[in-house]
Design a protein around this ligand. Structure first.
Ligand SMILES: Nc1nc2c(c(=O)[nH]1)N[C@H]1C(S)=C(S)[C@@H](COP(=O)(O)O)O[C@H]1N2
Ligand SMILES: [Mo]
Length: 244
């Protein structure tokens, strides 16, 4: 079994200076104590968060919590066919209908303009995780660097083992959409898409491809892994676009 709580300092070299082992141990101990409080309290807290979120509105006027969603406190592991997960072998292809396709390794990704954004994510199975702080590089930054052609209409996120997710170009280049390598200051655990995953907060979470290998700009839409298996092609949580 991999210990998914401990960041692998060999694979995340830029953490060497920042990561304080003591803080980690304290955090882990606090986590254990919280868990010991038991399921009932935990559930209650989740229900409180759900009620609170239902009463809030977003800047765009939509309710903070999409219909049919319940707030949970941590991302649930929704599975999938894992990639290797290490930063050493990580490569991201930015390609398709662009004038300058390119490939980034992890170090090159970190050299691009970085973005940090707090977002809510919504899984089609009914849970939402609020206020997760994602760090990474905006898809709009990648699009600009690649020089997308004028007739591009969709972005295809590509992952290991053939998983893909399609997102309309205007939505994929929104400021809160990024290829991300940190959540709440920590690298993603392997099962959550390490080292780099897509984050598309305003569409159901299946669009946020884990173990990312490519971002492809296309003229013609290409329904992805879940979209060809009966899920909605667009996946707007506020319109409950769950099934196609
Ligand atoms: N490569 C890949 N990405 C994926 C998936 C997958 O199976 N493979 N599952 C998707 C689904 S259905 C969801 S809900 C989220 C779950 O992310 P999490 O496990 O980090 O919560 O990842 C999405 N990204
Ligand atoms: Mo999902």
């Amino acid at each position: 079994m991999r210990d998914t709580r401990t960041p692998d300092l060999d694979r995340y070299p830029e953490l060497h200076s920042r990561w304080n082992r003591r803080t980690f141990i304290q955090g882990a101990a606090a986590g254990t104590a919280l868990l010991a409080l038991g399921g009932a309290l935990y559930r209650l807290a989740g229900d409180d968060l759900t009620r609170a979120a239902r009463a809030e509105a977003r800047k765009d006027g939509r309710p903070r919590l999409p219909p049919g969603q319940r707030v949970i406190r941590q991302l649930r592991n929704m599975g999938g066919d894992e990639g290797p997960g290490d930063v050493k072998s990580f490569r991201l292809r930015v390609h398709g209908a662009v004038t300058t396709p390119f490939e980034l390794d992890y170090a090159a990704l970190l050299k691009l303009p970085q973005a940090e954004q707090s977002s809510d994510v919504h899984c089609v199975t009914g849970w939402s995780r609020l206020d997760a702080l994602f760090k990474g590089v905006r898809v709009s930054t990648l699009a600009e660097k690649a020089g997308v052609k004028g007739d591009v209409r969709h972005v295809i996120f590509e992952s290991h083992h053939g998983y893909t997710a399609n997102v309309p170009f205007p939505e994929a280049t929104a400021p809160n959409v990024m290829v991300s390598y940190r959540m709440d200051g920590k690298p993603f655990a392997i099962e959550h898409g390490a080292p780099v995953r897509a984050i598309v907060p305003d569409l159901y979470f299946w669009k946020s491809a884990k173990w990312l290998t490519g971002v492809r700009f296309v003229v013609r839409d290409e329904p992805g892994y879940w979209e060809v298996r009966g899920y909605h092609n667009h996946a707007d949580p506020w319109a409950e676009e769950r099934y196609g």
